[in-house]
Design a protein around this ligand. Structure first.
Ligand code: GUN
Ligand code: ZN
Length: 453
């Protein structure tokens, strides 16, 4: 069996999550990327000579990482509204349902203007990539052409993405921001057909009912069928806010729970990701587990809109697939490092309220931002960690940036904490930001720094 020669080999510290270990730190390892952008091998550094013979590379071509650098998997944003980026950081003074009607729907209605869409979507792509998001699961707007444009821009910049044309046919107090059922169905089918026709390597459509409040039962049924017939991903929102949960009970009196609404409409599959889930009962979590459906935990948004606090530990105990999301612009930060920090903060608040609550550790949060996210999006056969055969979606992290948030060489912190004896610099990423993310790769292609800069 002829092996494909590797195109790039790195040597240094690698940090990733595995099935058994939330955070595995590999010191002085070598990692080879093949010509197709897949991980060819990951082995101890001392084997570099024999590897060079097997894989046909020169040891002088090996890229040696500095002591204050490491490679980690690209992060996975399991829930982000690309269209809301235009007002992130503003307008966080209303609870969810008022926030949607007052700010969000009017802003989203502007995306019928493709120039407006191009401007914002280009900025979102650059900002998320620079912050280390190699995979994003996007909500666009109800506009098919602008949603297709988002797919094209993601492909241009080289991000792995699921892109959703938003579907909503009722209960919007903004009369011009919804579609009649028939139009919503036809446009969803056109969106899927045209996006798939482009044959983008890493950009795929996701069926996107906004949430049960905005969708008639007929629309939900239609979308469930479309997803099933085309074997597509599904995304929506669930149990984010108490008023919303109450309203869904009124709107769907025949359903036992919010989860039951999606279940009855064939929208809860092993390719479904539902944002929030703050108020899901244990019975509902059991249904998620049985169906293989995932939750996207969006802690910044949950705090910013004062929606609730997801009990991450309970979700993990129910073995429900779980990832993190920024939920721009309910969440004001497009950074997955922010999502990681806020997931830990939320869990710490829960620990203060309940001594029994087992706080989310840094290692667990790291896993949620990477491998957990890829599992939540059912993309873990392609991305999420440094397993041989997966695509090389990676960040080259530099923890010593003068003037950056972290500018220390490893070993300058406490030495007697066992945790920190190995590669303190990996743990420093907790306090880092985009300045520490020197290079970003998706399927072996370098996407940051941007080629045009
Ligand atoms: N529920 C329905 N639509 C939205 C949205 O745009 N953002 C958030 N956070 N929740 C929603
Ligand atoms: Zn959302």
């Amino acid at each position: 069996l002829a092996v494909m020669p590797v195109s790039t080999v790195y040597r240094g510290t690698l940090a990733h999550s595995t099935r058994d270990e939330a955070l595995q730190i590999l010191e002085d390892f070598v990692l080879g990327v093949d010509a197709e952008g897949k991980i060819a091998f990951i082995e101890e550094g001392q084997n570099v000579d024999s590897l060079s013979q097997t894989w046909g590379f020169q040891t002088s071509d090996v890229i040696q990482l500095e002591q204050h650098e490491f490679l980690m998997p690209g992060m996975v944003d399991t829930h982000i509204h690309a269209s809301q980026y235009s007002y992130s950081g503003t307008a966080l003074d209303l609870p969810l349902l008022d926030w949607l009607n007052t700010y969000t729907f009017p802003v989203e209605s502007r995306y019928k203007d493709l120039d407006y869409a191009r401007n914002v979507y280009t900025k979102v792509l650059k900002r998320t990539l620079r912050n280390g998001t190699t995979t994003a699961c996007y909500f666009a707007t109800i506009h098919t052409d602008a949603s297709l444009l988002l797919g094209q821009i993601a492909d241009d910049f080289g991000q792995r993405a699921l892109v959703g044309k938003v579907c909503m046919d009722c209960n919007s107090t903004v009369p011009y921001y919804k579609e009649p059922l028939k139009e919503c169905k036809d446009e969803t089918l056109r969106f899927i057909r045209e996006l798939l026709k482009k044959e983008y390597a890493h950009v795929k459509p996701v069926v996107t009912p906004r949430f049960a409040v905005s969708c008639s039962s007929s629309l939900l049924h239609t979308l469930g069928k479309i997803a099933k017939n085309n074997d597509l991903h599904i995304q929506s929102h669930i149990s984010e806010n108490k008023e919303e949960v109450k309203l869904v009970k009124q709107l769907f009196p025949d359903c036992k729970s919010y989860t039951d609404v999606y279940l009855k409409h064939d929208l809860l599959t092993d390719k479904t990701v539902m944002a929030h889930g703050c108020y899901l009962s244990d019975e509902e979590l059991k249904i998620f587990h049985e169906r293989g459906a995932a939750i996207s935990h969006c802690p910044n948004s949950n705090l910013s809109l004062a929606s609730g606090m997801l009990n991450v530990r309970n979700v993990l105990n129910h073995k429900v697939k779980l990832g993190l999301g920024t939920d721009v612009a309910g969440g004001y930060s497009p950074s997955m490092l922010d999502a990681l920090r806020r997931a830990m903060d939320t869990s710490k608040v829960l620990s203060m309220q309940d001594a029994q609550h087992q706080t989310l550790t840094f290692e667990e949060a790291f896993r949620l931002a990477t491998l957990g996210g890829s599992e939540a999006l059912s993309l873990d056969d392609q991305t999420g960690n440094f397993e041989v055969g997966k695509d090389f979606d990676a960040l080259r992290v530099n923890m010593c940036i003068p003037g950056g948030p972290v500018d220390m060489f490893p070993g300058q912190g406490p030495k007697d904490i066992s945790l920190l004896q190995v590669n303190a610099c990996v743990f420093d990423i907790f306090a880092g930001d985009d300045r520490n993310i020197a290079e970003v790769f998706v399927a072996g292609r370098r996407v940051v720094p941007f080629p045009d800069l």
